[in-house]
Design a protein around this ligand. Structure first.
Ligand code: ATP
Length: 354
C-alpha cells in the first residue's frame, strides 16, 4: 500500500487538483459534480476516447488519458501525478484494476484506501458489520447443511454476476464455482433498499458522529436481470426444467423512498458502520452504500456494504428527496467534489485523500 507520507509529498507538489476517474459506472455524475465545484476533470479510458460523452456535454471530461488496458494504469501513475490528479474510485474502477493494484496506485485517491481490504474480503466485511452491531443475513458455513433457501455469491463487486439461489445441497453443487472464494448467506425475503450515505470527517453541522457528520443522499433499488422479470414466465421450479435459472445481473436502478419511520433506523445503521470503521481502520471516508433487505417485521438486514460511490446514485444527478433537504441539487458526485474543495481550502486534504 502506498504510504501516507508518499501521498503527502505528492500533494505538496499539486497546484490545481484534477478529478480523475475511469470512464464507466458513475463517471458522468462524478465529472458533472466536479465541474459544478469548479474542478478540471480527467477521464481514463481503454483503447480510444469514448464517444458517448459527446452526448452529455455537461459531464464530458476536460481531458482523457487513454491506456491499453486497466492493468497498465499503475505505469501511468507519474503522468497522472504530473496532471495533478486525484483519483475518485467507483465500483468498476476498483474491480477492473483489482483491489491490490488499486491500493498500490501511486496517485492520491479520494477516501481511505485501507477500506478496500475490509470490503473486498467478505469475511472481513462481515467482521466489520458485526462489530458495528447491524443485522445481517445468517452465514452458512457448511453447504451440506443447506435446508432452506440460501444465496451464494463471490467476492468483489460483480454487479450480481454469478450469484445464485440454492434450496438444497444438490442445487449448490450444480451451480457453485469452487475456483473462486464465495460465501453462503441465508436468503432474506423482503424488499431491497440501497441506502446512499456520505460520511464527512470535516463536517461540523448536521447529523453528528464522534468525528464529523453523516448525510443520506438517496435510496435506490436495483433492476436485476433476469430475476425481476422471470415471474412472467411462471414458477422458478417450472422454468428450471426448461433450463432457465434466475440471475442477478444489475441492469439499471429505480428511485425509492423509505417509509419515514425507517429513516431513524437507517441513520443509526450508517452511524454504527462509520464508527466501527473509525475504530478498525481509521474510517470509511466519503460515499458508501448499505445494501439492505427490509423484512415484513420492518427489520433491516444488511447483506453487503459498498464503500464508495454506487451506480444507484446516478439517479440523483439533480438531487434526491433526501439530499434536497440538505442542499438543493447535491448529487453524490458533487458532494465528493465539495468535500475535496473544503479540504483544500482548510488545508486538510490528507483527511479525505490517501
Ligand atoms: P455488488 O456489485 O453490489 O457488489 P454483488 O455481485 O457483490 O453486487 P450482491 O450485491 O451481494 O452481489 O447481491 C446481488 C443481488 O442478490 C442483490 O441485489 C440482491 O437482489 C440479492 N441478494 C444478495 N444477498 C442476498 C440475501 N442474503 N438474500 C436475498 N437476496 C440477496
Amino acid at each position: 500500500m502506498v504510504t501516507g507520507e508518499r501521498i503527502a509529498e505528492i500533494l505538496e507538489g499539486y497546484d490545481d487538483l484534477v478529478m480523475a476517474t475511469v470512464c464507466s459506472h458513475s463517471s458522468l455524475q462524478i465529472f458533472h459534480g466536479a465541474r459544478q465545484e469548479g474542478f478540471r476533470t480527467l477521464g481514463i479510458a481503454i483503447g480510444q476516447q469514448p464517444k458517448f460523452y459527446d452526448a452529455f456535454p455537461r459531464a464530458r471530461p476536460d481531458d482523457f488519458l487513454i491506456v491499453d488496458a486497466y492493468e497498465d494504469l499503475p505505469r501511468h501513475a507519474e503522468e497522472l501525478v504530473d496532471m495533478g490528479a486525484v483519483a475518485v474510485p467507483h465500483g468498476s474502477f476498483v474491480e477492473y484494476l483489482g483491489a491490490k493494484a488499486f491500493v498500490d496506485l501511486e496517485v492520491p485517491t479520494f477516501g481511505n484506501r485501507r477500506v478496500i481490504g475490509w470490503e473486498s474480503d467478505r469475511d472481513k466485511q462481515r467482521y466489520w458489520l458485526s462489530q458495528a452491531g447491524v443485522d445481517m443475513p445468517a452465514k452458512i458455513d457448511n453447504p451440506d447443511a443447506i435446508d432452506h433457501p440460501v444465496f451464494v455469491k463471490y467476492y468483489g463487486a460483480k454487479g450480481g454476476r454469478g450469484a445464485f439461489i440454492a434450496k438444497n445441497y444438490d442445487d449448490f453443487l450444480e451451480h457453485v464455482d469452487k475456483s473462486q472464494p464465495y460465501i453462503i448467506q441465508e436468503y432474506v425475503v423482503g424488499t431491497r433498499y440501497y441506502l446512499h450515505f456520505f460520511y464527512s470527517p470535516l463536517g461540523k453541522e448536521g447529523y453528528r458522529l464522534s468525528k464529523g457528520t453523516l448525510e443520506v443522499l438517496g435510496v435506490d433499488r436495483r433492476d436485476e436481470s433476469n430475476i425481476d422479470e422471470m415471474y412472467k414466465l411462471g414458477s422458478q421450479e417450472g422454468l428450471k426444467k426448461l433450463g432457465v435459472y434466475p440471475t442477478f445481473v444489475v441492469t439499471g436502478n429505480i428511485p425509492v423512498v423509505l417509509r419515514e419511520s425507517l429513516l431513524p433506523k437507517a441513520m443509526e445503521m450508517g452511524e454504527k458502520v462509520v464508527e466501527a470503521s473509525l475504530d478498525l481502520f481509521g474510517g470509511m471516508i466519503g460515499p458508501f452504500c448499505l445494501e439492505t433487505i427490509v423484512t415484513d417485521q420492518l427489520q433491516f438486514k444488511v447483506f453487503e456494504i459498498s464503500s464508495r460511490i454506487v451506480a444507484g446514485t446516478n439517479l440523483f444527478v439533480a438531487g434526491s428527496p433526501y439530499s434536497e433537504l440538505v442542499e438543493p441539487g447535491m448529487s453524490t458526485g458533487r458532494r465528493i467534489a465539495r468535500e475535496l474543495r473544503r479540504a483544500e481550502e482548510t488545508g486538510t486534504l490528507l483527511k479525505v485523500v490517501s
